[in-house]
Ligand binder design. Sequence first.
Ligand code: UT7
Length: 327
Amino acid sequence: MGASPDMIRSVIRGSGSALPRNAVSNDELATRVDTSNQWIVERTGIRQRYIAGEGETTGSLAIDAARAALADAGIEARSIDLIVLATATPDNTFPATATKVQHALGCNGGMAFDVAAVCSGFLYALATADSMLRTGMAKRALVIGAETFSRILDWDDRTTCVLFGDGAGAIVLEAAEVADDGPGVLATRLHADGAHHEMLYVDGGPSTTQTVGHVRMKGREVFRHAVVNLAEVLGEVIDGAGLSVADIDWVVPHQANARILDATARKLGISPDRVIYTVDRHANTSAASVPLAFDVARKDGRIKPGDLVMFEAMGGGFTWGASLVRM
Ligand code: UT7
């Protein structure tokens, strides 16, 4: 038998991330709302979050993360012909924050747009870029998740304001001919179910209230759906790639709540020490959380070339999805 023929896959060439300067502890929040460090740690695993200050925006964090990812990949910005930026907190209602990133990087002329799938945004952005790379519409992409959720939180609502943080993560994806057992995005599944709008939404917007609005969430309901939906979609992706749970080296989940990460790992039958946890220091950064966690685990040497990595997320909409990538 000869080697299997090469195929075009989207290969991760580098990653980068960016956080606001200011970290805010649970104790600091307890001086503003009726909460405690103990409640937040026990119920969520969160110990601190980063909150954007003056001059820090979704766009500025995205630009910093993108520059770091390009430097890590050793790829020049001008060769990027696609930028897909996942965010629910754009700098402006329009144009897309991705165009701001494009201009700052000096790679004008290719494609640049935002996708809105809230906490699943990075998975939706990754799937979109992967499809465009594999069909030849682009050659090199930046896929970014960037958020400043602190700007849409109701700071008097203890049930939401303690949960979220700001940040950005980015990866560089390149279309490459690889062997069957080579690197790249292997399988992805995305879902949405609009019936659950009221469980996690923002109570404002340009076409309804002409305001930005605040995050509203029925946390317990979202928790229940998250564990069921994530376990299901993870199974679909593993089957779709013709692999088994035992083949997975790392799960890089959306960082909403350490208890959701534990419960999903248990349901999947994967050991918690194969799961990347950054929720303790970043809290829930929505679309930024998966690429932020991925960058942390690559840079600290846990995720290595050849590893099989599962990305997964679930969020407002509901939307959810998972993607299996060989490094
Ligand atoms: O990223 C998108 C996806 N989002 C998620 O995945 C979030 C999913 N949900 C969760 O992570 C959890 O449901 C929460 C962390 C939001 C809440 O944890 P929970 O264990 O489900 O708590 P709960 O909502 O059932 O609330 C328990 C109690 C309530 O008091 P009573 O009614 O039992 O007296 C709340 O009022 O905790 C109270 N509570 C708080 N107490 C202190 C709610 N928030 C706080 C708080 N500090 N910050």
